[in-house]
Design a protein around this ligand. Structure first.
Ligand code: BGC
Length: 849
């Protein structure tokens, strides 16, 4: 029997509201038969059918879509056995460019001049009546700042930090809320708008008012009555506004202050005024993955230290607390957040730098609940002051983008399983509307280098489609005139290197190629490449320009602009000094130019751009030759040796075939000399185990993976880490941070996903599940055994259905179970080297080992 496992419109099974004129549909299949493929598929919308056999992204092919409508889509899929399956979904069109009935409004009395803090939240109010029985009602809303929407006292929807973080001068999302069932005869809309990213204090310089001088709100309410008439109204000067509401302060770094004693009926309200924001791009229906609340954690322990109660939630995360309090009118409760404790048990807030990460709540009499909603913190521990523990019940709630978890990895080693969990939690904590570097200190910015290296691992664990596509929309918008990509996207006031705005930076800028590529490999949808191809071309042109500058001969392909303009081998533990990480940019930047030009050649080929493909291939060859002729002795040995400088050319395929074994041997020797400790920075860390294992040094790769001495992944696990750290030596074995101010501006975070990029190795080598055609249309199952592991399993919900590799070794017998989705093919290689090719279904294999 054929079954449709999931059916989506624009990447969503439910709740899709789109402004796309040709939204795309996708579906995955399952069947209890083997060797099944899709024969045909069609989708019917509004009585018109169109072909959907391009299962991964079938474009809408019906009548032109109209705005503000709910559509029903029915999918019929037929497989090669003639079995048929059907599925339905409904999606909704948004405004599709319809002019807003509302105007941008703000508080005209509000003049905000303070530096380095966020403005006070504004609160807007509008009352209206329901005149007749309602058929359907919607609110469309966006803001400069971040907003929370309430209707008749209750929060509408489950989204946080709307309208989301985008490059506001060019891209702005709006949200759609179905309020049909929330309307009563008399209604009151309340909207709190905090500074958020657009107006609030953000980036570590704590700049504020980067995109707007003060908060502003744009809304439209559309009520359709059962008799066919409509009421449409929007924000205008009849709305009330105040800054004396219960939200006293909200800032992404500093936290939130909420006064529950504020009585909305006795505070001064005035009329809002129309605003013309500095930039006001045409808002489009949300395209990203909205931030929501997820897992909840009870404290695993609590202790009394000084005046505070310290709670440990047992998991580092991005989130907020959720409290139930038994309080007295005017009683002030203060909650501070941190990732680690001091030796005396108090909170260590040093590494938060200027971020105050504090929630302050003023109680009313009786039992009440409070949870911040206009901020988030990165924390595992909190200190609570101002309330007796017996009057408080406290939990932590993880807050991150709504990403479907599609992958899992586990094995016989509990420490590796903890590492996988840490990788996943590092991702959850840093996928908060944009890909961030960390969730706790005064950064949380869209550092491009971090996601450039982590994207493949993210794509194994989560469905990243909407999240990455939204972010890439901003990367395109922010690309500099000269082709360079800013180091953080959205830039939002941060502009390093300020002196050379057109500068291209290796690995960080590479995100514009590596991120779409990772998404394409995971989904097989070429549209992500098509959309971003012009950006990639301009970027690689810029990189080539900077490499060529002021050089002659082969040196023109060695990229060595001044090291201070690069990040190089960022945070490499074998060179614990920022200037040294940067000095290595000659190696990392040259390898980056090889990598991006080689990928671009492949992408050009895929997109049918033959000439481009040849040009980029030729460029990559020249770069590889320059690396090998100038930086090595031409015989597989680097003139200056360090791990990353071997890892990149080995893994990326830059060396002449005869030199590969020699370079691999040299890398192996370096790793042994380091006692199997990791020495790579951001660019090398994702690839080092591949560079070893794929070139004959499986044992060394496993010794490095299983190493529990610092620096190593499992050292962090041994020290009790629950996420991935920025620095390998973040804590000593007693749980104390041994690093003082070492000249890196206290750059010590316990929640940076970048070195969690090793997750790629867990899926592709330890479990052995690796796509050989994009989207897993064809994949390989070929576990790499080692590390005394006796079992491993990876499961991925691919665009076509579930793919699984599960192996175990017992009494010298190797057993493997493989699941292949409908329409896919797997090449299964057992440890004896024999390969078998199978179609869809579940298969068991066995051999001695
Ligand atoms: C961030 C990194 C980022 C780096 C750029 C740091 O402060 O936390 O993750 O990529 O700066 O070098």
């Amino acid at each position: 029997m054929l079954n449709i496992q999931r059916f989506r419109c624009e990447g969503r099974e439910r709740g899709c509201v789109t402004d796309e004129r040709r939204p795309v549909f996708s579906f995955a299949l399952e069947s209890d038969r083997t060797d099944v493929a899709l024969r045909s598929a069609a989708i019917t919308v509004d009585g018109v059918s169109f072909d959907a056999s391009h299962q991964v992204a079938a474009p809408y092919g019906g009548k032109p879509l109209a705005p503000f409508r709910v559509y029903k889509a029915e999918l019929t899929a037929v497989d090669t056995y003639g079995d048929t399956a059907k599925a339905k979904l409904s999606f909704e069109t948004g405004r599709m460019g319809t002019p807003w009935a509302g105007k941008w409004i703000t508080d005209g009395a509000y003049v905000f001049r303070e530096a380095r803090v966020s403005p006070k939240p504004m609160q807007f109010r509008k009352r209206f009546e329901r005149k007749k029985p309602v058929a359907s009602a919607r609110i469309y809303a966006t803001a400069m700042g971040i907003y929370e929407l309430f209707l008749n006292g209750a929060k509408v929807g489950d989204r946080y930090f709307a309208p989301g973080f985008t490059s506001y001068s060019q891209n702005l999302q709006y949200q759609t809320y179905d309020i049909t069932d929330c309307l009563t005869d008399r209604n009151e809309i309340n909207v709190v708008v905090a500074g958020g990213w657009a107006v609030g204090s953000f980036v570590f310089t704590r700049k504020n008012r980067v995109c707007a001088d003060r908060q502003a709100l744009l809304m439209e309410v559309r009520v359709r009555y059962e008799d066919g008439t409509e009421d449409v109204f929007g924000t205008d000067a009849t709305w009330d506004v105040t800054e004396d509401g219960a939200f006293r302060m909200a800032d992404l770094y500093d936290g939130e202050t909420y006064d529950a004693t504020v009585d909305p009926e006795s505070i001064p309200w005035r009329k809002a005024v129309e605003e013309t924001p500095r930039s006001h791009p045409e808002p489009f229906a949300e395209i990203g993955a909205p931030v929501k609340r997820h897992e909840r954690f009870w404290p695993v322990s609590h202790t009394h230290v000084g005046n505070a109660e310290i709670y440990d939630f047992g998991q580092n995360m991005a989130g907020v607390v959720q409290m139930k309090l038994n309080g007295k009118q005017g009683q002030v409760v203060t909650v501070r957040h941190a990732e680690i404790l001091n030796p005396d048990g108090s909170l260590n807030v040093t590494f938060l730098r200027t971020a105050k990460a504090t929630a302050t709540y003023t109680c009313v009499d009786g039992t009440q609940t409070y949870s911040p909603s206009l901020t988030y913190m990165g924390f595992r521990y909190v200190s609570v002051e101002g309330i007796d523990p017996k009057d408080l019940s406290i939990r932590a709630v993880a807050v991150y983008s709504d990403l479907e978890s599609i992958g899992s990895f586990s094995c016989s080693d509990p420490m590796l399983n903890r590492l996988q969990s840490n990788i996943v939690w590092g991702a959850k904590s840093n996928l908060v509307d944009i890909p961030t570097d960390c969730p706790q200190r005064d950064e949380r910015m869209g550092w491009t280098g971090d996601i450039a290296v982590f994207a493949p691992t993210a794509c194994f664990n989560f469905d990243m489609g909407r999240f990455l596509n939204k972010w890439l929309t901003d990367v395109r918008a922010e690309q500099r005139r000269g082709g360079g990509i800013p180091n953080t996207v959205p830039v939002n006031g941060y502009g390093f290197p300020a002196t050379m705005p057109e500068m291209a930076i290796d690995w960080w800028g590479d995100a514009c190629v590596l991120v779409p590529w990772a998404e394409y490999r995971a989904t097989g949808d070429p549209s992500v490449l098509e959309r971003n191809y012009p950006m990639m071309k301009r970027y690689v042109k810029a990189c080539k320009f900077w490499a060529n500058l002021l050089s002659v001969g082969k040196r023109r392909y060695l990229w060595h602009t001044p090291a201070t303009l690069h990040f190089g081998d960022w945070v490499a533990p074998d060179a614990p000094k920022m200037s040294e990480w940067q000095r290595r940019s000659k190696w990392t930047a040259t390898a980056s130019l090889f990598h991006t030009s080689r990928l671009l050649s492949e992408i050009a080929e895929l997109l049918g751009q033959k000439e481009d493909a040849a040009t980029y291939l030729a460029l990559s060859e020249k770069v590889a030759d320059a690396y090998e002729s100038i930086l090595t002795d031409g015989n597989g040995k680097l003139k200056e040796e360090f791990q990353t400088a071997y890892v990149l050319p080995l893994h990326l395929g830059m060396l002449r075939t005869e030199n590969v074994p020699k370079a691999a041997k040299n890398l192996d020797a370096l790793v042994q000399k380091a006692n199997y400790g990791i020495g790579t920075g951001f660019p090398g860390t994702p690839y080092i185990l591949f560079a070893l294992a794929d070139n004959g040094y499986v044992d060394t790769a496993y010794r490095m993976l299983m190493n529990t001495n610092c620096p190593s992944w499992l050292y962090e696990v041994k020290c009790g880490a629950t996420t991935i750290w920025e620095r390998w030596d973040g804590l000593d074995e007693n749980g104390v941070c041994p690093i003082g101010n070492d000249g890196t501006d206290i750059m010590i975070s316990y929640n940076h996903y970048a070195s969690g990029a090793v997750g790629d190795f867990l899926y592709r080598r330890v479990a052995g599940l690796e796509a050989t055609e994009p989207g897993y249309r064809r994949f390989r199952v070929r576990p790499t055994l080692g590390g005394n592991l006796t079992a491993a399993k990876a499961s991925i919900l691919t665009p076509f259905g579930k793919a699984v590799s599960e192996w175990e070794i017992e009494n010298g017998v190797f057993r493997l179970q493989v699941t292949v989705p409908v329409g896919c093919t797997a090449d299964v290689t057992l440890p004896d080297g024999k390969t078998q090719t199978v179609g869809s279904g579940t298969y068991r294999f066995k051999t001695g080992c």
